[in-house]
Design a protein around this ligand. Sequence first.
Ligand code: XGP
Ligand code: MG
Length: 212
Amino acid sequence: MKSVIFDLDGVIVSTDDLHFQAWKSMADRNGIPFDRQINNLLRGVSRAESLEIILRKSEKSYSEQQKQELMQYKNDIYVKLLDNLKHSDILPGVVELINRLKKAGVKIAIGSSSKNTRKILQKIGLETVFDAIADGTEIQHSKPDPEVFLVAARKLETKPENCVVVEDAVAGIEAAKAGNMTAIAIGDAASSSLADYRVNTMMQIAEILNLE
Ligand code: XGP
Ligand code: MG
């Protein structure tokens, strides 16, 4: 029996766009070029590593203290944006897929680099739905390192090779494969040559898993 580990931002809920807005405010305020293309590089990556990627475009160098302030600035904006998050922000097909997985007895987990994971799951009313949650508060290395998915598998008490990961991040697909898991790409992650499957809708995942 397979288990399914979902990424959160951009897979379960449209918070990937809120991350974009918050990082964009930080970048604009500091005169750092930032666009959707750069934002795609931040998918699946921790807050600190996201900042490092953004700062590659900056001519200035920043002290550790300044970096902390930039991350705080971004997160404050992001958390304010989360205030308006609600059940209807869950991406299309997610609730239906979760219901079908549960009906088929498939264990489900979240594997996200975000430290805001639990807050978001609460906001959208999915905090008690998953059998396990592994997030950015529990790991040393974010995607493309497999750590967060391995933590999720351990919490599900299943072997990595029995896990199927659903990801919108190229780094997330790399993490899944590095962890010896099956990788399903949706959205931006479809550009990864490592993906085992590419889907446009959640229901295609039910077909891949041969759910009744
Ligand atoms: P947290 C976030 C990063 O800030 C963001 O850049 C990533 O795209 C996102 O994680 C990936 O899920 O982490 O600031 O919510 O802890
Ligand atoms: Mg994501």
